[in-house]
Design a protein around this ligand. Structure first.
Ligand code: ADE
Length: 242
């Protein structure tokens, strides 16, 4: 899977993602991450990429031309590699998008290429968004200073679902949100720590009992911490039973 990030701060994206599991996945060739500097495409002789907003208001807006030319160059390169006129999905990370969730991560992990567009200042001229953006995604109902961190969050969440990225193939299936519930609590050695014992059932070696205990814990934890997820899960079970 190939990730392409259009940004004013390429080092931020690459430095943040080329570590740990995602860095290793790139070295192994499971994924590739490139960050393209939008500023390299401005036709302004002072390398400017932003300007005042029509109608007034605070702050500057990223202009359409450098964003569009950057996208066009990327899109052409991707099409050349694929040998086809294929339109790659362009995700604009913005607080005005649909809030990101695990199902969307799973769906995006099926794509061969994904382009991310990171905004700065007060945003990006609407006209270029209309022409190139296919998906508007937010990482939560709060506002960050730029799109780089959200793009990195999405790339991390999507990458770990790409085959070969995680060592243990099972872990992506049993973790929180994979089945609509939060994950059960987990324990490692020692058996007693600060006078706290590992639950007896986990030491029993009885797999059916362990599975049952874990499911109960998942349900309890989800009900307590994320009641809306719990309700949705119960509803989906009722529909399946009908
Ligand atoms: N850019 C600024 N804030 C954001 C958010 N919450 N999600 C996605 N992109 C953003």
């Amino acid at each position: 899977m190939h990730f392409h990030v259009m940004t004013l701060f390429p080092e931020m994206v690459l430095d943040g993602l080329r570590t740990s599991i995602i860095g290793r996945a790139e070295e192994k060739g499971c994924i590739s991450i490139e960050a393209v500097n939008i500023r390299d495409y401005t036709l302004d002789k002072h390398k400017k990429v932003d300007d005042y907003t029509y109608g007034g208001g605070a702050g500057m807006l990223m202009q359409a031309q450098p964003v569009y030319d950057c996208w066009q160059a990327l899109e052409e390169r991707i099409a050349q590699r694929k040998g086809a006129k294929h339109r790659t999905r362009v995700i604009y990370v913005t607080p005005q998008g649909e809030v990101f969730h695990q199902k969307r991560a799973a769906e995006l992990s099926q794509e061969e290429d994904l382009i991310f567009l990171c905004g700065h200042y007060e945003g990006i001229d609407e006209r270029v968004l209309e022409e190139i953006v296919t998906d508007y995604i937010s990482i939560g109902d709060y506002v960050l200073t730029g799109g780089e961190l959200p793009a990195m969050v999405l790339i991390d969440a999507v990458s770990r679902l790409v085959p070969g990225v995680l060592n243990n193939g099972e872990s992506a299936q049993t973790e929180s949100h994979a089945n609509g519930l939060l994950e059960y609590p987990q324990y490692s050695r020692p058996e007693i720590w600060h006078e706290r014992r590992v639950p007896e059932v986990l030491l029993s070696g009885h797999h059916a009992n362990i599975e049952k205990w874990r499911m109960e814990q998942s349900l309890e934890r989800t009900k307590e911490r994320r009641p809306e997820l719990y309700e949705a899960y119960i509803k989906s079970c009722q529909i399946l039973q009908k």
